[in-house]
Design a protein around this ligand. Structure first.
Ligand SMILES: [Zn+2]
Length: 457
């Protein structure tokens, strides 16, 4: 049966509409209508959303799920529950930290089999580039990966090796013209080892200065400009200077985009305590001035999107226990921040203070990410023939991030106890309710998420 979502605040690309969204029985948006047309729509189930806000579901194009192989870090069921509770309706899984990594079709199938039947939102996959797998690109593209990811410095796990300059060059050469973006972790290991107190955040920060990112991006641009029709994407830009370089390269004709993450926009090095390794990620969170420059970089069109880079691990690897002999060692702790569920509230809290609007949330968290991963024909907007993926939320609610409300498998994160603006009330995937903050069970018994792949399992 068709469903009619009636709402006073429907966030479209440029307007806030008082009206309704008609969704067909297949879960596609049939029509977006104004309030005075609602009475003409017959034979539908009406879903009354009143003064809440109805927005296209968030597409988080950078998430590490780690199943199988490191499922104790994060798995498909817990990650997609956290996503649903955060208003995210599509996540794109990164190729590393799971075992096997997604570096050929066989490995992709292993991941896809682990995910099917247990996902609460839609899941797409990135393929991985390691030194010896260019022969696997074609098969992975045919199977439906959204693009490829590689590293220019050690990834942190041994089964996913980084590329040197000539290997990066070869990867670009093979991918040009394919429409599959190459997403790059841009840091070059050009620094001397750091010798300060490892329990101080400053020591870690000095060990990964922004020059590592800047030099890596310069190298990427230099190689990229050699090839026509290559799509490049710089993941987790931490430095505002890097963001400017990327826009300058785009002006020279390179197809290159960039993302930053909620932690770089929300946190700053001056506020990070000693031994608080839940704040550790690579590249690191930089100072307050840089954080403000990153916000400005959105206005200058130097940054295209914002993602979670959700990358949790077990608490022992984060060295969070005072009983651990390496307790609070920033240099030894796993680098990765868990935040999948809070992205909307974190971004909105910072964005509203700086004059951004609801339309920017949709632009940076749904539309731009959908374009990056080639899902812009079906995801990221409320429009005819698009999937009816919605988040219903209250942008005025003030909430505190509490451990008991978190659905990620590992709860440690740098936001515990933090007050944020905005509360997700309900999430719908293709018109079906997948999360309801008011219900006792919160999630549906039978998960409604789909694998966004082009192969049969
Ligand atoms: Zn990542």
């Amino acid at each position: 049966m068709s469903r009619l979502f009636i709402c006073k605040n429907i966030v479209l690309e440029h307007t806030l509409l008082n009206g309704a969204v008609l969704v067909d029985p297949d879960g596609k948006v049939e029509k977006v209508i104004e309030a005075d047309e609602i009475c003409f729509v017959k034979n539908t189930r009406k879903i009354l959303l009143g003064n809440d806000f109805l927005m296209a579901g968030i597409v988080d194009s950078h998430v590490h799920i780690n199943e199988p192989g490191r499922t104790e870090w994060e798995g498909f069921e817990s990650a997609t529950k956290a996503a649903a509770a955060g208003g995210i309706t599509t996540i794109c899984d990164m190729p590393l930290n799971s075992i096997p990594p997604t570096t050929n079709v066989e490995n992709l199938l292993v991941k896809a089999h682990a995910a099917r039947d247990i996902i609460h939102v839609d899941v797409a996959f990135w393929g991985g580039v390691v030194p010896d797998n260019t022969d696997a690109f074609y098969g992975l593209i045919k199977a439906g990966v959204v693009g490829f990811k590689c590293f220019m410095c050690p990834s942190g796990v041994k089964e996913f090796e980084c590329l040197n300059e000539s290997q990066l060059d070869l990867a670009m050469k093979k991918l040009k013209g394919s429409n599959a973006p190459l997403a790059i972790h841009a840091e070059l290991a050009i620094c001397e080892p750091c010798t300060g107190n490892p329990q101080k955040y400053e020591t870690f920060l000095k060990s990964r200065p922004e020059e590592m990112e800047i030099e890596a991006v310069k190298k990427i641009i230099e190689i990229g400009l050699k090839y026509d029709k290559i799509m490049l994407h710089i993941v987790h830009v931490s430095s505002a200077k890097t963001a400017k370089l990327i826009k300058d390269a785009r002006l020279k004709g390179l197809r290159i985009t960039s993302e930053t993450c909620h932690h770089y926009l929300t946190l700053c090095s001056q506020e990070i305590p000693d031994r608080a390794t839940q704040y550790k990620c690579c590249p690191p969170i930089r100072n307050r001035e840089n954080r403000e420059d990153l916000w400005l970089a959105f206005k200058e069109k130097q940054i295209d999107m914002v993602v979670s880079d959700h990358s949790p691990s077990t608490p022992d690897l984060k060295l969070l226990s005072p009983d651990d002999e390496n307790f609070g060692d920033y240099m030894k702790a796993w680098g990765g921040i868990a935040s999948l569920q809070f992205g909307l509230s974190l971004f909105w809290t910072g964005a509203k203070q700086r004059g951004f609007t609801f339309f920017h949330i949709n632009k940076y968290m749904s539309r731009a990410t959908s374009v990056l991963v080639g899902l812009h024909g079906s995801k990221g907007r409320i429009q005819e023939n698009y999937d009816a993926d919605f988040v219903v939320w209250d942008p005025h609610a003030i909430c505190t991030i509490n451990e008991s409300d978190i659905y990620h498998k590992n709860k440690a994160n740098p936001y515990m106890g933090r007050e944020v603006l905005g509360k997700v009330l309900k999430t719908y995937v293709r018109g079906d309710l997948v999360y309801d903050s008011e219900s006792k069970s919160k999630f549906m018994k039978s998960p409604k998420g789909k694998l966004l792949l082009d192969i049969d399992l």
